[in-house]
Design a binder for this molecule. Structure first.
Ligand code: OVV
Length: 408
């Protein structure tokens, strides 16, 4: 392991930048995150995170500013702690997430098309029917775990088929995604153990990215067709399929989990949703702001730059706290309230700018139709047992949410 990351002593702050010794990748941080986010925001527009020797931004303005200057704050050196200019990536670099213009522009254009609004149209009826079937089944059961039985079960029932994956081996999908998101973090236990156990999951994913393993009509086949059209090479197509396998499932699991957790905690918001099911899409969007299932990404500076009044050198990692920005009182009124009628636009739960989630329409479709099915069919939601947190270096969500629901 790299000496720079393993040093027992913390790394000294550049002059004038508030230095904090909080570790944003520790269980203590995850367990009391909102208080820690406030400390980060109030310390200044930019902070130094001594434990890992990186800069951090937790206020909305600076997070937004970094996201919208992708040439200065690049992704090509990795969006995790590891700097690809200094360390070999744990897997071949993503050609969309971990890329900068002009290379990024071409791969992004392909996924923009594959996951466009018009590509969503043929999916909506089927995604809606399966959300309704799922809610009916759970109403019949009465009590269940909202994570395993709803937040995981529903995306698993629609997304792998939409991608065109075969049935066999799908049990690798969630562990693979969990690994990818842990790997953005520092070399802590979460990351190191995930990578140690990664070989079978990586082998499965590499195989499913091949054209012959993808069903006609799915997103995967659609990507390979763009290679035939000459927009990307035949070597690049499997890597773009891999991006969907990495980022397309667990994120929506955490998003839907967040939304159900919100409705369970805030019954007056469920009542409002029931009285007007057209609020379903915004109720999901507000859950993405409120919980920020994807909490953090890094950028790397490509030059000396001024940020929050401080000069930052070239080759520095900057950690963006998306979840803290999404609750920054400088930007949001009643930031800590889940309010399904709020104007949510501008939240950075999907990022912002040229790298903003390319799968956001799929995520919103899944979230909307699930919230709409709940709005029409569910009368009440009650938490019936201990709520357990799941720990991941990037994703925020629950491991277990025991609930009971009643019919409308
Ligand atoms: C947004 C995201 C998360 C994880 C992986 C990828 C993208 C990828 O492109 O592989």
């Amino acid at each position: 392991m790299q000496e720079t990351h393993m040093s027992a002593t913390t790394q000294a702050a550049p002059a004038g930048v508030p230095s904090l010794d909080v570790d944003p990748f520790s269980t203590e941080f995850f367990d009391d995150m909102h208080a820690a986010h406030e400390v980060l925001r109030e310390a200044g527009p930019v902070v130094w995170l001594a434990k890992w020797g990186v800069y951090g931004v937790a206020r909305y303005a600076e997070v937004h500013g970094v996201l919208h200057d992708p040439l200065t704050f690049c992704s090509g050196r990795g969006v995790g702690l590891s700097d690809f200019a200094k360390e070999k990536p744990w897997r071949p670099q993503s050609i969309i997430l971990e890329a900068d213009p002009p290379a990024h522009t071409r791969t992004r254009a392909v996924l923009n098309q594959v996951l466009s609004a018009s590509a969503m149209k043929p999916l909506r009826a089927h995604f809606t029917a399966l959300a309704e079937t799922k809610v009916d089944e759970l109403l019949a059961r009465g009590s269940f775990d909202a994570i395993a039985d709803l937040a995981e079960a529903y995306p698993l029932s629609v997304f792998p088929d939409a991608l065109g994956l075969k049935q066999e081996g799908r049990e690798h999908l969630l562990p693979y995604a969990s690994l990818v998101f842990n790997a953005f973090g520092p070399p802590n236990q979460l990351r190191q153990e995930a990578i140690e156990r990664s070989a079978p999951h990586q082998a499965y994913v590499a195989e499913q990215c091949q054209r012959e393993n993808l069903a006609p009509g799915g997103f995967g086949t659609c990507i390979h067709a763009r290679a035939d059209a000459g927009e990307i090479t035949h070597e690049e197509a499997p890597l773009l399929v891999r991006s969907l396998l990495s980022a397309g499932l667990d994120t929506t699991v955490y998003g839907i989990g967040a939304a159900v957790y919100c409705l369970a905690r805030f019954p007056e918001q469920l009542a409002k949703l029931r009285s007007d099911p057209t609020l379903a899409r915004n109720a999901f969007e507000e859950a993405v702001r409120f919980e920020s299932p994807v909490q953090t990404f890094f950028r790397t500076t490509t030059r000396e730059v001024e940020l929050g009044g401080h000069a930052i050198g070239e080759g520095e990692k900057v950690l963006m706290f998306l979840g803290a920005a999404n609750r920054d009182p400088r930007r949001w009124e009643y930031a800590d309230r889940y309010d399904i009628t709020r104007r949510t636009s501008g939240h950075v739960g999907y990022g912002s700018g040229i790298h903003m989630c390319v799968g956001q329409l799929v995520a919103r479709l899944e979230g909307e139709v699930m919230m709409a099915a709940i709005a029409r069919k569910v009368g009440s939601i009650e938490i019936t047992g201990p709520v357990k947190r799941r720990y991941n270096n990037t994703l925020r969500g629950l491991d277990s949410l025991p609930i009971s629901i009643s019919a409308a």
